[in-house]
Design a protein. Structure first.
Length: 156
């Protein structure tokens, strides 16, 4: 695991601006930060080098791409031995419908965030993909009714 990088106020403001719109030019960012373009460029490269900025991506409206049905699926494995945990994780990473997977504490072992077009597609996903994975003891599905908050912005 990498070490935490010490961020100054300018780094934090720069990250805030990039999280809001990563397509801003260094010229625009320099004006907002009262820095030179070179200084902004160097700060961005430093943040990338240290892994603070992992990648740049486009956020897609799932409703406009027919992927609006969101399910949170709780998974309980049959046993909690390392080989089964790692085996399950390796398999679930390959499922394109699973956008997020977390190893969690509590009654279940994993929490998956699944995006599919509709209930029928989720049923197909469950029967032909998810339940065929090794070591699953039980599942519980929770269907999203309304998205109240969804952000990618970390407040630093």
């Amino acid at each position: 695991m990498s070490q935490t990088m010490k961020l100054d106020l300018i780094d934090r403001r720069l990250l805030e601006l990039l999280q809001h719109d990563a397509k801003q030019t260094t010229k625009v960012l320099a004006l907002k930060l009262n820095l030179s373009k070179t200084a902004v460029y160097e700060r961005i490269k430093k943040l990338e080098k240290h892994g603070v900025i992992q990648k740049y991506t486009a956020l897609i409206d799932r409703r406009k791409t027919n992927m609006a049905f969101v399910v949170f699926c709780h998974i309980r494995l049959t046993q909690h031995i390392k080989e089964q945990l790692l085996g399950f994780e390796k398999q679930v990473i390959q499922l394109k419908e699973v956008l997020e997977c977390y190893h969690v504490s509590g009654d279940y072992d994993y929490l998956l965030k699944v995006h599919v077009p509709d209930m029928q597609a989720y049923r197909e996903f469950m029967t032909s993909k998810l339940t065929t994975l090794s070591h699953i003891g039980s599942t519980q599905s929770v269907f999203m009714i309304e998205e109240v908050k969804n952000t990618t912005d970390l407040k630093l």
